[in-house]
Every structure is written in structure tokens, then in C-alpha cells.
Design a protein around this ligand. Structure first.
Ligand SMILES: [Zn+2]
Length: 318
């Protein structure tokens, strides 16, 4: 009997995606439900169980040897619990125990969503072949994860690499996390849009006031839009430089919706890195756009299940 597959879950505030994934990272079976994010915890769990039930209906299910879960955070991998900010019904919710029961007793690996995306980029994407990498998701929030010495580094609770809540502005605006001047408070999509609006940028006739609309305005030279992206780029650069100086990463991979802004973000980011990443051992640090698409969370959760959280992600058959 083949036992070369794993099940994977990617749990976010909008949707719960599931898949059966083979040892090369190919997705063979998919399932999905909307996240009933405002319902009570057990109702949210029922949506997870439905996704697992759909996967278990596949004739391939019997070949699955483990279940990997990448979840919106914070997660606590050591306790097997999750407390996603945008799913209020889940506070210290025993997701691992419930998911193991729903998956017929399969062993479960839980990691944060930023760590999952990092595992995917290291396995198959822009960080492939890099032993020391920071992978970031810049969208509604700013998350991330670390690869150190060739291994995924989730940390004891599965949250390591959470660069969005490094402070880069000591006296900056309060952040919902309780700190102030966090990277996320400056560089997330909603904050890029907010700052542009505060400084006089106005959306076009379609009324789109998202960061993507600010990026479009920046691309045609709108100075306020350009300035908002430059400020976000400087915050990201300061956070990346701090990370590189601490642990000697050689690549920072930028994904997420804001990452899709491309050179509007990456050009000022690379320039700002020249200001902040100054010591000899961080000067060769490169910045690259993410390569994994919307399946990154699933593929990364699968990598964690295949390799085990503390084993090299490259042990997953690559
Ligand atoms: Zn914060």
C-alpha cells in the first residue's frame, strides 16, 4: 500500500481550504468551506470537519499518513491550540485534538500561517536552495516565517518570524497588538491606503480606496501614493535589516496582496535596505517576490506534515 500522501489544512478568517498532497507537493484532491468566523468555536470547527470529511471521501484518503495545519495566528503548537485574531470564537481552542479525532487519528502538525507559507517558499518557491531566509506575507496584516540553517524555524509555539509586530518606530502609532510603531501598522495594505487618504490621495471614479488602487496611482506617478508605498517600504526594510543582522538571512521573500504591487514596493524597499542593512555580513541580502500562489498555505502545511516541524523542509522529498 502506498503511504506517500498527507492531508493539509489552511485555516484563515475567510476560508478553510483542505487538500491531499503528494510527496512532490502536488495537490491531488481539494475541499473548501467558508469560515463562519463570527460564529461560536464549535460551529467553526464543524466547517473544518466538513472539509476533512470531503477529503476522507476520496479513495486516496487511505494513503494519507499525517495532517498538516497552517492556521491564522496566534497559534500555540506546543499546546495544540489556536487563537486567531479574526476568529473570536477560537481562543485557546484545542484544534489539534479535534482535528486528529476528525481525521481518524492521523498525527497532526500545527504551524502558523506565516510559517506555512515560508515552508512552501523554501520547498518549492523563491527561497528554494536558501538555508537562511525570511519569508513575508504583506497583505491585510504582515506575517512571516524563518528558515535557519536549512530548516524551517517555527519556534516553540509555531509563531517565530512574526515580523509584522517588530517595532520600527519607537514613538509610532499604537498597534492593535498592544505595541506601537509596528511594521504592520505602517506597511499593511489598509495602512498604506489609510496614509494615502490622510495625505490627500483620492480614489478614482470607481471609488476603490484599497492599497491596490494606491499602487495603481503610484505606478502612474501620483506623489502621495508613491510616498505611502515608500514609507511602507522603509518599515519593511528596517524590519528585514533587523532580522538579517540578528540571524544572518541572505534572502527576504515578499508575498501577499501588497507584495503584488511589484516594483512600486520592491524598488524603494531595495533602496531602503541600503540605508538599514549596512554591516558587511548583511549587505548581500537580496529581496525577491514570492513564487507560490494561493496554494502556498496548503503546500506549506503539507511540507510540515511530511517533514515534521523540526526536520528540514528539504526532507520532504526534494
Ligand atoms: Zn503590533
Amino acid at each position: 500500500m502506498h503511504t506517500d500522501l498527507v492531508a493539509a489544512l489552511d485555516i484563515g478568517g475567510t476560508k478553510i481550504a483542505g487538500a491531499l498532497v503528494d510527496g512532490r507537493g502536488s495537490i491531488l484532491v481539494r475541499a473548501q468551506r467558508a469560515t463562519p468566523a463570527q460564529e461560536d468555536g464549535d460551529t467553526v470547527m464543524r466547517a473544518v470537519e466538513e472539509v476533512l470529511g470531503d477529503l476522507a471521501g476520496s479513495p486516496l484518503w487511505g494513503r494519507a499518513t499525517a495532517l498538516g495545519i497552517g492556521s491564522a495566528g496566534p497559534v500555540d503548537a506546543s499546546a495544540g491550540t489556536v487563537s486567531p485574531v479574526n476568529v473570536p470564537g477560537w481562543r485557546d481552542y484545542p484544534l489539534v485534538e479535534r482535528a486528529r479525532a476528525a481525521a481518524g487519528g492521523l498525527p497532526v502538525e500545527l504551524i502558523g500561517d506565516g510559517v506555512a507559507i515560508t515552508a512552501a517558499e523554501h520547498w518549492q518557491g523563491a527561497a528554494r536552495g536558501h538555508d537562511n531566509a525570511l519569508c513575508m506575507v504583506v497583505s491585510t496584516g504582515v506575517g512571516g516565517g524563518l528558515v535557519l540553517d536549512g530548516r524551517l524555524h517555527p519556534g516553540p509555539t509555531g509563531n517565530a518570524g512574526h515580523i509584522g509586530h517588530i517595532s520600527v518606530d519607537l514613538d509610532g502609532d499604537p498597534c492593535p497588538c498592544g505595541s506601537r510603531g509596528c511594521v504592520e501598522r505602517i506597511a499593511s495594505g489598509p495602512n498604506i491606503a489609510r496614509r494615502a487618504l490622510e495625505n490627500g490621495w483620492r480614489p478614482g471614479p470607481d471609488g476603490d480606496a484599497s492599497a491596490a488602487a494606491v499602487a495603481a496611482a503610484a505606478r502612474v506617478g501620483d506623489p502621495v501614493a508613491l510616498a505611502s508605498f515608500e514609507r511602507a517600504a522603509r518599515a519593511l526594510a528596517a524590519g528585514i535589516a533587523a532580522t538579517a543582522t540578528l540571524v544572518e538571512i541572505d534572502i527576504a521573500v515578499i508575498g501577499g496582496g501588497v507584495g503584488k504591487a511589484g516594483d512600486v514596493l520592491l524598488e524603494p524597499l531595495r533602496k531602503a535596505l541600503g540605508d538599514y542593512a549596512t554591516l558587511s555580513f548583511v549587505r548581500r541580502l537580496t529581496v525577491a517576490p514570492a513564487q507560490m500562489g494561493t496554494d502556498a498555505g496548503l503546500v506549506g502545511a503539507a511540507a510540515a506534515a511530511l517533514a515534521g516541524r523540526t526536520a528540514p523542509t528539504t526532507a520532504a522529498g526534494v
